[in-house]
Every structure is written in structure tokens, then in C-alpha cells.
Design a protein around this ligand. Structure first.
Ligand SMILES: N[C@@H](CCC(=O)N[C@@H](CS)C(=O)NCC(=O)O)C(=O)O
Length: 207
């Protein structure tokens, strides 16, 4: 298997999802730093040569270029035969949670952290809205995890890697994550997987 090449940067929880999975699969991979904060994703060259959507993560492997974290996680699961589905019902359950993650959890969490923590914008009505959405989605995840170890039950899958993408940024998250006890315990379980590293120890950042 040739090396996986992941376009990413440390602050990107979306890129952390496949980065963490590659670690957990113990396969060799190489990080390619994308200078998001200097506008690299918005350049014509990046859209032409890397990703027309102007986003990371981007995975290159075996002559393929893949984008969208959910698609990339699914691809790595197929290539490594780890953390994927074992039945059609599991396939749909994983899809269900990854779609929920992208729309309802990652989207408001990432936007709120970007505005408040990274861009240092003042709190306003948009932030109120995003915080309500983020806390609502975390409540749903917390309830789901009240009687299971991982999103699908006893086994870690790509749904877990997707949903946890932004949740290890600790104090950078502008809301109280610790109120979600089942989510915190689940994050500890993922943290004990071999190879686990914090996003800033896994992906490059601008010096
Ligand atoms: N739905 C996408 C979201 C990707 C995304 O929002 N990536 C951000 C970094 S976390 C990005 O590259 N944004 C570039 C930009 O907005 O210019 C995924 O899951 O991969």
C-alpha cells in the first residue's frame, strides 16, 4: 500500500478526523501543510490542482484524490479494512451519524470556534445561534452515548472519528463541553486507542 498523503493544518478538526483514523490504523501517512490562515484554500492554484471546493481535508492515495472528511474516512476504512461497517444496517447507521455530524455538530462547532477563538470576533446574534445549534447536537450525541461505548455500540467506527473531530480542542471551544458527561467519557475511550494524538501533535501549524 502506498503512503497516504493528507492535506491538512493543525487547527482543522475536519482534517483531524482522517488524521486520527490513519494513526489508529497504524498506516504510514504524510501530512501536507495547507496555509489556510494566509488564504491558500482560496487560491486559484489550490482549487485547480488540489480541491475545487477550496477545503481541507484532501487525501491522495494510489492515484486518487478524495475530498470531504466522510468520504475520506469511508475510503480509509475500505483500504485498511478497519473501523468500517460489517453489515448493510451498520453501513446506514454510520452514514446517518456522519451526515448528522457534518450538518448539525461539526458545522456550528467549527464556525463558532472560528469566529470567537481564532478570529476573536465579539459575541453577537450569529454566535448565539451557532452555540444553541452546537449544544443541541451535543445533547443528542450525549443521549445516544448514555448506554453504549461508541456510536455503533461496542466497536469504534469511522462515525466516532467523524463526530469527535472538533472535540479535543479543549479551551478553544467557546462553550462548556464538560456538562456532556457521556460525550466526555466517550472522548476518553477514543483517546485510549493506540496511536491517539492531539490535533496539534498530529498535523502541522504555521510557525
Ligand atoms: N464538509 C467538509 C468541511 C471541510 C471544511 O470546512 N474545511 C475547512 C477547514 S476545517 C476549510 O478548508 N475551509 C476553507 C475555506 O473555507 O476557505 C468536510 O467534512 O471535509
Amino acid at each position: 500500500m502506498t503512503n497516504f498523503k493528507l492535506y491538512c493544518f493543525g487547527e482543522s478538526g475536519n482534517a483531524y478526523k482522517p488524521a486520527l483514523m490513519l494513526q489508529a490504523c497504524a498506516v504510514p501517512w504524510q501530512a501536507v501543510f495547507v496555509d489556510f490562515f494566509n488564504g491558500e484554500t482560496k487560491t486559484e492554484a489550490f482549487r485547480r490542482d488540489v480541491n475545487i471546493m477550496g477545503e481541507v481535508p484532501v487525501l491522495q492515495h494510489d492515484g486518487r484524490t478524495l475530498t470531504q472528511s466522510g468520504v475520506i474516512l469511508d475510503y480509509i476504512a475500505e483500504a485498511t479494512r478497519k473501523f468500517g461497517y460489517k453489515s448493510e444496517d451498520e453501513r446506514r447507521e454510520i452514514l446517518r451519524w456522519m451526515l448528522f455530524d457534518n450538518h448539525k455538530l461539526t458545522s456550528p462547532v467549527a464556525s463558532l470556534r472560528y469566529l470567537i477563538t481564532l478570529m476573536k470576533k465579539p459575541e453577537d446574534a450569529v454566535c448565539d445561534y451557532l452555540r444553541k445549534r452546537a449544544l443541541g447536537a451535543l445533547g443528542v450525541l450525549n443521549a445516544h452515548l448514555s448506554d453504549r461505548s461508541f456510536v455503533l455500540g461496542k466497536r469504534t467506527t469511522i462515525a466516532d472519528f467523524s463526530l469527535c473531530g472538533y472535540l479535543y480542542y479543549g479551551e478553544e471551544l467557546p462553550f462548556d463541553l464538560e456538562q456532556f458527561t457521556h460525550v466526555m467519557n466517550w472522548l476518553d475511550r477514543i483517546k485510549s486507542l493506540p496511536g491517539w494524538k492531539h490535533p496539534y501533535d498530529l498535523m502541522p501549524r504555521k510557525a
